[in-house]
Write a protein that binds this ligand. Structure first.
Ligand code: SF4
Ligand code: SF4
Length: 360
């Protein structure tokens, strides 16, 4: 069994934004169920003892937690490299400087598009874009490392080069050009988010010249869209191999969408040590390694490379989490996945079901 290297700490599902591709579940966890500061602190100590190197403080919007500074300090105390994944809403220069003093190492800022009108419409929040740009400048002025994350879909796919230029202009050292992954709210909004094949291939072709043009100041990471792929990604680096995800209420998941798979039993940090959960939780054991695989994965040369791709996508498209990821050309469900992209390519309206708010 491998050791985890990264911990995604979903501090809260609360968020002022309402992005239609949000990876949070359709039923959001409430504020009253959130883990307290002391429990997060214990979880970070347990994670570090297991060999985890990095914690990604995520949400929802982590700034919705009033104790964010104490949480950052606890992660630093545990010796973890601390990355804050934020929309910037709720963070001004003073609060950010406090987080830096508490030990914050890195900021990952989401940017929805290049102009305020489109960006705010995608986020479902007026005024967000201007605040994000100001926040990015505070991050750089403080000397914190900045990554810009931009989720690519039909409304912004034509702006990929301009989004890269914006990240460089803001002083980011890295940009993630992440084509939408159709889980959670993105699956619900798939018809409105899905670009055409022509748009996808054009946007992907643009990335290599951009990498060359910005090689002296910006790393460009490209997350390719599964619906137009022929080989799957090694989702999460393989189920229960590299990382774990703790929900706001304390359930420990092998990936953020794992709760969509029926029948899995998730253990909680409220009841058990993280190391015990990693090694023995039924949800982590369910798809660890290769023993669970059916054909075509079971006898495939790539089974230790991509681990059969994404279990949640297999469930969503093939109807069974034990199938090969339908992004794979060898999957009997590959054509079904391509068909799901095709009918919505041209005329589906850009009307979003915005991400909801958790119950109080
Ligand atoms: S994707 Fe959007 S709505 Fe979801 S947590 Fe991030 S900023 Fe909030
Ligand atoms: S058959 Fe399975 S292991 Fe082989 S490439 Fe496809 S998803 Fe990966």
């Amino acid at each position: 069994m491998t050791q985890p290297l990264g911990l995604l700490a979903e501090l809260t599902h609360r968020c002022p934004l309402a992005c239609p591709y949000c990876s949070n579940p359709l039923v959001l966890e409430s504020r009253t169920d959130e883990l307290d500061t002391a429990t997060w602190s214990r979880v970070f100590q347990e994670a570090a003892a297991m060999g985890v190197l990095q914690v990604h403080l995520s949400g929802g919007e982590p700034a919705a937690r009033r104790d964010l500074r104490e949480i950052v300090a606890a992660a630093r105390d545990a010796g973890l490299y601390t990355n804050l994944i934020t929309s910037a809403i709720g963070l001004d220069a003073v609060r950010l400087a406090g987080l830096q003093k508490a030990g914050l190492d890195h900021v990952q800022l989401s940017i929805q598009d290049i102009d305020a009108g489109s960006a705010d419409r995608i986020a479902g929040y007026g005024g967000a874009h201007v605040r994000k740009l100001a926040f990015a400048r505070h991050v750089v002025q403080l000397g914190l490392a900045l990554t810009v994350n931009t989720v690519i879909h039909r409304a912004n796919i034509g702006n990929t080069p301009a989004l890269v230029a914006l990240a460089a202009e803001l002083g980011a050292g890295r940009i993630e050009v992440a084509h939408a992954q159709y889980h959670g709210w993105a699956l619900r909004n798939r018809d409105a988010l899905m670009p055409t094949a022509e748009q996808v291939f054009r946007a992907m072709e643009q990335v290599e010249p951009l990498r060359a043009a910005y090689s002296d100041r910006l790393v460009i990471d490209l997350v390719v869209p599964d619906y137009y792929a022929s080989q799957p990604k090694p989702c999460m680096g393989g189920w229960a191999r590299r990382s774990l995800n703790v929900t706001p209420a304390g359930r420990v998941l092998p990936c953020h969408a794992a709760e969509t798979i029926p029948g899995l039993e998730f253990w909680s940090v409220r009841d058990r040590d993280l190391a015990e959960i990693w090694s023995q939780s039924p949800a982590f054991q369910a798809f660890r390694g290769t023993e669970w695989m059916r054909e075509p994965c079971r006898s495939c040369d790539r089974r230790e490379i991509d681990f059969g791709g994404c279990r949640c996508q297999a469930l969503a498209i093939a109807g069974d989490a034990r199938e090969a990821d339908p992004a794979c050309a060898l999957s009997p469900y590959h054509a079904r996945m391509q068909d799901l992209a095709r009918p919505v390519q041209h005329d589906a309206p850009l009307t979003y079901a915005y991400r909801g708010r958790p119950a109080a």
